[in-house]
Design a protein. Structure first.
Length: 456
């Protein structure tokens, strides 16, 4: 009698699901962990940057006091001292003063807070980038949840399998124990696995196919994590150069720009140029971030792709007199319904402009950039061909990756951020189209945008 009760209690225990609804929070836990560490890293970076800028200014101030006041540029001698004063939350950072005390010159006061406040464009640019990157949390959570969906389905199937076996009149207690042991073994292997070491191994041949599926899932999650890390590193690298230029010219303004008009004019021009570059970079990052989050809206209408191409050609001729722009198709195509597509006019124009700008950037002056259109039963194609430097087959395979630029392109021009073609590809992909590339080094490159044809 007691043995029968024990068997019944065992059956009741195994009627409980091994995967509970709380497991669905795994995506949130993973994403929040990444987000929190990223935010802490940004806070540390911002403090480190502010301290370094302040030290640079302090070192500069120390050069304006009598010789012998400091040794190694920072440390006052025995008869001298330094202090920071004046900072209040009411008056803000600009009230901070740096004071050097000495027996021969009394006290020299420097407006450290005012000089630090001059860097506000850089602070804002960095803050905007960090906020954009942190807002990607929502898109990351959706991607992780989608990635974990097969695992959730597997859990439900396993739960149904255990419950159906328990409820079956033909199932025995030994069968239930064997199945539960397999599930527990799989649970333990899943708990031990993590995104940094994506490997699940139970040693049970019956679970081999499940192990393979789960390991592939974890590998994709690891690749997504590495891709995000590369994106952040590349974006930081792109922002580093304009920040360094701004800092350098600010130092030069502090030393000589107050009295030298030539230095002042040069510094202002450089600061304007770098701030425009940072503005363009942030705008491109915003576009891609909105695209990843699904917040870029497309307003699709019927349009003639030949007419749009002709308009881009005319615009390019007006703004770039250094190259020859040629249409290789008849003007009658602009009213032919065979070249009609369903698309967002502004977005498609932007994708064509990006390719044309790339062609002009890496082509010698007075060379030709030509446009052509064609159609078949299902698609309409627009081609942009240049006579520029071209690229290797290996390089062509990477050109749509964010921040990627070919080595010969970096040597030829410092312009561009490596995001333009990524934006063009996003636009075309979201129109159910594709971009084809044919390039030969020293000969030129042809980009072909292929879009679904809209039958009238």
């Amino acid at each position: 009698m007691s043995s029968e009760k024990h068997n019944q209690s065992t059956i009741q225990e195994h009627k409980k699901p091994f995967f509970t609804p709380s497991d669905s929070s795994t995506a949130g836990v993973i994403t929040w962990g990444f987000w929190w560490r990223k935010m802490m890293n940004y806070v540390g970076f911002n403090l480190f940057l502010l301290v370094n800028i302040a030290l640079i200014f302090i070192y500069t101030y120390n050069q304006h006091v009598p010789q012998g006041t400091f040794y190694l540029g920072f440390f006052p001698t025995e008869s001298h001292s330094i202090s920071l004063t004046g900072f209040t939350f009411l008056h803000g950072l600009s009230s901070l003063k740096y004071i050097v005390h000495g027996p021969t010159f009394g006290a020299k006061i420097f407006d450290l807070g005012v000089d630090l406040a001059r860097f506000w464009p850089m602070y804002i640019a960095i803050l905007i980038w960090e906020i954009i990157d942190l807002l990607s949390f929502f898109g990351d959570m959706r991607r992780v949840r989608r990635a974990l969906q097969p695992l959730n389905t597997l859990a439900l199937k396993a739960d149904q399998l255990v419950n159906s076996d328990v409820l079956s009149t033909e199932a025995t207690t030994n069968d239930i124990l064997v199945k539960s042991e397999k599930i527990r073994s799989l649970e333990q292997a899943i708990e031990e696995a993590n995104i940094n070491a994506p490997k699940i191994q139970t040693g049970d041949q019956d679970l081999a196919s499940i192990e393979i599926a789960l390991n592939k899932l974890l590998q994709r999650m690891q690749e997504a994590k590495l891709q995000q890390m590369r994106f952040v590193n590349d974006a930081s690298h792109e922002l580093r150069t304009p920040i360094a230029v701004i800092r350098g010219y600010t130092d030069m303004l502090d030393r000589w720009g107050k009295t030298d008009e030539a230095v002042l004019d040069e510094s202002i021009a450089a600061l304007k140029s770098e701030s425009e570059h940072m503005h363009d970079l942030v705008e491109q990052l915003l576009f891609l971030a909105r695209g990843d989050a699904g917040r870029n809206t497309l307003t699709k209408t019927k349009l003639n792709l030949a007419r749009i191409t002709s308009e881009v050609c005319e615009e390019s001729e007006m703004i770039d007199p250094d190259h020859q722009y040629v249409l290789k198709f008849d003007q009658s195509t602009q009213t032919d319904d065979c070249y009609q597509v369903l698309a967002d006019t502004a977005m498609i124009k932007q994708s064509i402009r990006i390719i044309v700008q790339n062609a002009a950037r890496y082509s010698a002056a007075q060379t030709t950039i030509s446009f052509n259109v064609a159609y078949d039963e299902k698609t309409v194609q627009v081609s942009i061909e240049d006579e520029g430097m071209g690229m290797s087959e290996t390089a062509a395979a990477h050109i749509f990756e964010r921040f990627w630029r070919a080595d010969n392109a970096r040597i030829e021009s410092n312009e561009g951020s490596g995001l333009g073609l990524s934006i063009a590809k996003w636009i075309v992909d979201n129109h159910d189209g594709s971009i084809e590339v044919l390039s030969r080094e020293g000969v030129g490159t042809r980009f072909t945008i292929v879009l679904p044809r809209e039958m009238s």
